[in-house]
Write a protein that binds this ligand. Structure first.
Ligand code: CU
Length: 216
């Protein structure tokens, strides 16, 4: 019985591997063809139930030299964010839903972040993000401070690197919906239906806007 059980386990492991063997590469460039960093790619099966998504490890967002670092933070639903002010001056956190143009603007949370005194532990603020979507970050004290938290409803999401490429492995084979988000894009990016197989699938996307580095 033990042998049979072991065999069944091995067979189901192979089947699970076969169903998760697909790889997707997404290449994002701006209107001038320049690679775009910190765009977010998210994949969900086109049909059937949405996969369960587990909260990720607590994720730190620094307020450092009047910037949110990273500029774009990618987490799954339910993940705890820890905001940390490392500057020796005060900041604020103003988090809203909606887009950068103030459409569907809904306040989510806000907090005062006192200055970090030299030699002392930085001030932190913890909050869990449960609702999928994009959270806009701002600071009442420094209007140029902006950041984004992409709260993903999918276990398969990735940010593009400096080369404009996001690689996603261990995806389900078959038809999937590929969602792309980028902070500067003013047009709605249509969700792409893509059929994944055992070989690598490449999706190219050109934004309608120019993206200057560090200015998203
Ligand atoms: Cu500030």
């Amino acid at each position: 019985m033990i042998e049979r059980g072991t065999l069944m386990f091995a067979a189901s492991a192979i089947l699970a591997f076969a169903a998760q063997a697909a790889t997707l590469k997404v290449v994002v460039v701006d209107a001038d063809g320049v690679p775009v960093e910190e765009a977010v790619v998210s994949v969900l099966p086109a049909l059937g139930e949405k996969p369960k998504v587990a909260p990720g490890a607590p994720t730190v967002i620094k307020q450092e030299k009047n910037q949110f670092v990273p500029k774009v933070t990618l987490v799954t639903q339910g993940t705890k964010l820890r905001f940390q002010n490392t500057d020796p001056w005060d900041h604020h956190i103003r988090a809203t839903t909606g887009n950068q143009f103030g459409v569907d603007y809904v306040p989510l949370f806000q907090a005062r972040q006192n200055a970090t005194i030299e030699g002392k532990t930085p001030v932190t603020y913890d909050v869990a993000v449960d609702t999928a979507g994009v959270v806009l970050l701002g600071c009442h004290l420094h209007s140029s401070m902006t950041g984004y938290v992409y709260v993903s409803e999918s276990p398969w999401s990735a940010k593009t690197g400096a080369d404009g490429v996001a690689n996603l492995d261990n995806l389900p084979s078959g038809e999937v919906k590929v969602t792309l988000w980028q902070a500067n894009e003013i047009r709605v990016i249509p969700v792409k239906l893509v059929t994944l197989s055992g070989v690598i699938t490449v999706v190219n996307h050109q934004l309608s806007v120019r993206v200057r580095k560090r200015r998203i």
